[in-house]
Design a protein around this ligand. Structure first.
Ligand code: LER
Ligand code: MN
Length: 272
């Protein structure tokens, strides 16, 4: 099982980005803890020295399986479903600007909260229409680079658009792009899905990335999830990607990252 953990390249309000702050120090800590990869949360690729980032990740021996983009919503309000067409265009262009970055690292691009919410006064069918259009354009732009996009069903308290795996699978049918799939996160699935394992199975080969946190959004092992059963279901789909830790840095980033890797490794679940 390949393990990664979320690291934000910029200061961010999002609480479950486990590592924030000095990049070089954090990458070295993550590698020293035994992680195979680091999931980078990047608000805007323009704010990052990509050559330096590549040099640092390589020198630590860390892969970059995925790039998170949600801070463009959290910090700047960009979204695919804003009633203002200029905001929607800026969100689409922002996602497209991640494509060369993802190509450099061979990473999946995460579509989390940048999809937006149904804003007051907006017809939900119209918001879905905008979402489908944006995803079609971004998937088509990523396709020649061999880059995949993964939309994350996110719980009802954070968005009103795509909370569940069935809704995500319907969206996949509308977007009709082979490089568009889903990212499943145990924290959100616990709130929205009748069965975490059944939802993983339903997603099957359209499962492009996987986030883990325990039931309380602390590190795996700190809550009451049956991770052995969840990870067995994950790998039974043929999933070959990373299991990426996205949890609160409690009691602190280093301790949570250490506890998580120790817990997940002792489960002795293996990628098939
Ligand atoms: C991001 O991966 C996530 O899980 C969301 O909760 C972001 O708000
Ligand atoms: Mn997540």
């Amino acid at each position: 099982m390949k393990l990664s953990i979320v690291l934000s390249t910029q200061p961010a309000q999002f609480q479950a980005a486990t590592f924030k702050g000095d990049l070089e120090t954090n990458l070295a800590r993550i590698a020293a803890l035994g992680y195979d990869g680091v999931e980078l949360a990047i608000r805007d690729p323009k704010l990052v020295d990509l050559d330096e980032l590549e040099r640092l990740t390589r020198s630590c021996g860390l892969s970059v399986p995925a790039i998170g983009t949600g801070q463009a919503w959290g910090e700047e309000g960009l979204s695919f479903t804003d009633p203002d067409p200029q905001v929607r265009r800026a969100a689409i262009e922002r996602i497209k600007s991640h494509i060369p970055v993802a190509a450099r690292f061979g990473a999946v691009i995460i579509i989390g909260l940048i999809r937006g919410i149904v804003k007051p006064g907006v017809d939900p069918a119209q918001a879905m229409g905008w979402l489908v259009e944006a995803l079609c354009e971004c998937s088509a732009a990523a396709q020649p680079y061999g880059i995949r996009l993964a939309l994350e069903p996110i719980n009802r308290y954070e968005t009103t658009l795509i909370n569940t795996v069935p809704q995500g699978l319907e969206l996949i049918e509308r977007v009709e792009a082979d490089n568009f799939g889903l990212l499943l996160d145990t924290f959100h699935m616990n709130i929205e899905e009748p069965s975490i394992e059944a939802s993983i199975r339903a997603c099957g080969e359209r499962l492009f990335h996987f986030h883990v946190a325990d039931s309380n959004r602390w590190y795996p092992g700190a809550g009451h999830f049956d991770f052995k059963s969840i990870l067995n279901a994950l790998f039974a789909t043929g999933y070959q990607g990373y299991v990426s830790g996205e949890f609160m840095p409690k009691p602190d980033a280093e301790t949570s990252a250490r506890q998580s890797i120790a817990y997940l490794r002792q489960l002795k679940v293996y990628c098939l």
